[in-house]
Design a protein around this ligand. Structure first.
Ligand code: HEC
Ligand code: HEC
Length: 232
C-alpha cells in the first residue's frame, strides 16, 4: 500500500509542474465517493443487466467526453441531466390525462455535491480518464452549420428530439438534455456518439441511425452551439 502510494507520488512528481496538483487525491475521492454509482474503469462485461442496474452513467471515458470547466461547476451545483432516464424510472409518475409522464422530483435523490477543492480534484481525476480508441481527435470537422437546417434535422427529420431536449422544457427526457451540450461535451465525443452509440455501450438504447457523415457533422455542429438555455 505504502509502496503504491510512493510510486503514485513519484509518478505525479515526474509529471512536473504542469500536472494537476490534486490528481492523487482526486483519484482517491472517486474511489471512496463515486464508484458505488459510476464505473471509472471499463466494465469487464457490458450486459443489459448491468446497464439497467447501474446507478449512474459510466465515467470511464470522462476525459474524452466532458469539458473540465463544466465538470468543476456541475460537481458543486449538479442539475438534472436525464429527467426521464432509466436511472429515475421509479420516480416517474403518470402525467395529466393525455400528456406525457412526469418525474416526481420528490423521489429523485439529489446528486452528491462537492466543495470547490474536491470538485477541482475530482474533475482532474476524471479528465485523466481518456479513451482515444472511443473518441478520435479531429472527429468533429468544425464546418460552419446552417442552424435552421440542422435544427430541422434534429427536431423533425431525424427524431432526435423525441429523446433529447435542445431547449429546457421541449423535447424528450429519456436521453441526456442537450441544451447545455456545448458547455458540457467535447465536440469530438458528440460526433463519435451520434455515429455509433453502441461503441460506448453495446446495449445502450439510443438507436444507431443511418446518417451520412455530413449529417452527423451538421447535427454535431448544431449540438455544440447549444449552451446554457439551448436553442433559440
Ligand atoms: C448515489 C449514486 C451516485 C453517487 C454516489 C455519485 N453519482 Fe454521479 N451521477 C449519479 C446519477 C444518477 C447521475 C445522472 C444524473 C442525471 O442524469 O441527471 C450522475 C451523473 C454524474 C455525472 C454526469 C455524467 C453524465 O454522463 O452525464 C458526473 C460527471 C458525475 N455524476 C460525477 C460524480 C462524482 C465525481 C461522484 C463522486 C464524488 C459521483 N458522481 C457520485 C449518481 C451518483
Ligand atoms: C430512442 C431515444 C433516442 C433517440 C431517438 C436519440 N437518442 Fe441520443 N441518446 C439516447 C440515450 C439513452 C443516450 C445516452 C444514455 C446515457 O448515457 O445515459 C443518448 C446519448 C446521446 C448523446 C451523448 C450525450 C451525453 O451526454 O453523453 C448525443 C450527443 C446524442 N445522444 C445525440 C442524438 C442525436 C443527434 C440524435 C438524432 C440523430 C439522437 N441522439 C437520437 C437516446 C436517444
Amino acid at each position: 500500500m505504502i509502496k503504491l502510494l510512493l510510486s503514485t507520488l513519484a509518478a505525479a512528481a515526474a509529471l512536473g509542474a504542469a500536472a494537476p496538483s490534486h490528481a492523487a487525491s482526486g483519484a482517491e475521492l472517486l474511489k471512496s465517493q463515486c464508484v458505488a454509482c459510476h464505473a471509472v474503469t471499463k466494465p469487464a462485461e457490458a450486459s443489459v443487466e448491468r446497464l439497467l442496474q447501474r446507478k449512474g452513467p459510466d465515467l470511464y471515458y470522462a476525459g474524452s467526453k466532458f469539458n473540465r470547466d463544466w465538470l468543476t461547476a456541475w460537481l458543486q451545483q449538479p442539475t438534472v441531466l436525464r429527467p426521464g432516464g432509466a436511472m429515475f424510472l421509479n420516480a416517474v409518475k403518470p402525467g395529466e390525462a393525455g400528456s406525457a409522464d412526469v418525474v416526481d422530483a420528490a423521489k429523485v435523490t439529489p446528486h452528491p455535491k462537492l466543495n470547490a477543492a474536491d470538485a477541482a480534484a475530482a474533475a482532474d481525476a476524471l479528465m485523466a480518464l481518456t479513451t482515444p480508441d472511443l473518441v478520435a481527435k479531429g472527429a468533429f470537422k468544425g464546418d460552419p452549420v446552417n442552424a435552421s437546417m440542422a435544427s430541422l434535422l434534429f427536431n423533425k427529420l431525424r427524431g432526435c428530439a423525441s429523446c433529447h431536449s435542445a431547449k429546457p422544457g421541449a423535447g424528450g427526457g429519456s436521453g441526456p438534455e442537450l441544451f447545455s451540450a456545448g458547455d458540457r461535451l467535447q465536440p469530438d465525443y458528440v460526433v463519435e456518439y451520434i455515429r455509433n452509440p453502441q461503441k460506448f455501450d453495446p446495449h445502450v438504447w439510443m438507436p444507431r441511425l443511418d446518417l451520412t457523415d455530413a449529417d452527423v457533422q451538421k447535427l454535431s455542429g448544431y449540438i455544440n452551439t447549444l449552451k446554457q438555455g439551448g436553442a433559440k
